[in-house]
Ligand binder design. Structure first.
Ligand code: PMT
Length: 400
């Protein structure tokens, strides 16, 4: 099943830093995501990690010399630059960043960068003082103005023992940065799409909540798909165990009421709202201030209805709902699309183990405002997200 990196040709530039070892993990993750990875190492990088490590993972020749007569790229040292979908430099040292800013081409990596028209993503890694130096900041600013994407650095413990800004962004997060950079000029560029995710939690007392089985995976995958097609992705999320997706604006909420307020605020000026969250329909009428003590008696909790966010948030944006159904999937979802006058509803069969709550895949039926029914096969949640976004793109194009 295809993700954003499948069949993409990634040139991974590795420069000399203690963080170079993390580039081996990044190369591995890229290969697992279906990318074709060509690694170019500077001399400094080869002092930290061997070319063999990368070759073993990518099953491709690793470039270390500009003029290597034995290399398949020897006759045309810009061959890689022409084939690339993206060039990623991770880790990028302060020296490499300075060379890029000036436009130097004195090693295979900088030569490739200057010869490519593919997007460039730079992930700096260095000591905090080197990062804070005005020369480094100016160089990074120069690159940004030139359209280069910069990932990080992240704060944390550095090799010097200092704690500060300078750590390489973790490889798993770099995958998100790479997907986003690849999709920067995608078909939703310039749009803002708000996505909700997760199961709201309604407090009974300070330690107990009423919630549901939503893991947040569907909403998070949707937000990533939004980002990877060039749009501004805003994710309003109830608590989940998932990490924040890179380059997605995350708004954390707990209850249905908080989600309603956040959605109302974030959807202002947006092009579409997609409610993938499983929002509680009822909450305890009042939450006890202290922990409710166990007793032999039965405990009755009075519930009050929550606001239906999707039904009450209206404006100049598309409204897309989900319908989690355990029976009469199409009939129940059709009823919701009419009742809430939605532009699209995603009817979600939650009876299969590989669909609905908690799974990485989903089986859904799309029903639009003309009540046209489109049954999709079992797909990853990311692919389901893209199918929904195809429909949103078309609806937005028709309403422009
Ligand atoms: O998070 P995962 O584990 O990946 O699971 C994904 C999912 C099953 C939660 C998701 O695909 C899904 O179906 N989400 C909607 C679940 C749901 O609450 O459905 P519903 O039929 O109760 O609500 C219909 C629509 O109204 C939904 O878009 C819901 O977000 C919205 N709603 C509901 C109640 C409420 N108070 N306000 C709302 O806006």
């Amino acid at each position: 099943m295809a993700g954003p990196l499948a069949d993409k040709h990634v040139i991974l530039g590795v420069t000399g830093s203690i963080a170079s070892y993390k580039a081996v993990d990044l190369a591995s993750k890229l290969v697992q995501a279906g990318a074709l990875v060509d690694v170019i190492m500077t001399y400094g990088a080869t002092q930290f990690v061997t070319p063999l490590a990368f070759r073993s993972i990518t099953h491709r020749e690793v470039v270390t010399e500009t003029y290597d007569v034995n290399s398949e790229f020897a006759n045309e040292h810009v061959a890689l630059a022409r084939r690339a979908d993206i060039v990623v430099i991770a880790p990028a040292t302060v020296n490499c960043i300075a060379k890029l800013a000036v436009g130097l081409a004195d090693d295979p990596l900088t030569t490739t960068v200057i010869a490519t028209s593919a997007p460039l993503l730079v992930a700096p890694a260095m000591d905090a003082d080197m990062y804070a130096h005005p020369a480094t900041q100016e160089n990074l600013e120069k690159l940004r103005r030139r359209g280069v994407a910069i990932a990080g650095p992240a704060p944390g413990r550095l090799a010097s023992g200092l704690v500060g800004m300078g750590r390489l962004v973790e490889p798993i997060d770099l995958l998100g940065h790479i997907s986003a950079t690849l999709g920067r000029k995608g078909d939703l560029a310039g749009r803002t799409i708000v996505v909700s995710a997760g199961g709201t939690q309604e407090p009974i007392d300070p330690v107990r909540v009423i919630t549901n089985h939503s893991s947040g995976k569907m909403g998070y995958a949707l937000a990533e798909a939004v980002r990877d097609r060039g749009a501004r992705a805003v994710l309003v999320t109830a608590p989940t165990g998932l990490p924040n997706p890179p380059l997605v604006e995350v708004v954390n909420v707990q209850t249905a009421d908080q989600m309603a307020q956040a959605v109302k605020r974030e959807v202002y000026g947006a092009d579409a709202l997609i409610m993938a969250a499983a929002v509680a329909d009822y909450r305890p009428a009042s939450a006890a201030e202290q922990k409710i003590k166990k007793s032999d008696d039965e405990l009755t909790i009075e519930l009050a209805k929550t606001t239906d966010i999707l039904d009450t948030v209206r404006g100049n944006f598309l409204r897309v709902g989900f319908a989690a159904e355990s029976e009469n999937l199409v009939a129940n979802a059709t009823d919701k699309v009419i009742r809430k006058s939605l532009d699209l509803i995603v009817a979600n069969d939650i009876t299969d183990s590989d669909s609905g709550f908690g799974s990485d895949t989903n089986k859904v039926v799309l029903i639009d405002r003309e009540l046209k029914v489109d049954e999709l096969p079992l797909l990853t949640k990311y692919e389901v997200g893209n199918r929904i976004l195809d429909r949103i793109r078309d609806l937005l194009a028709n309403s422009d």
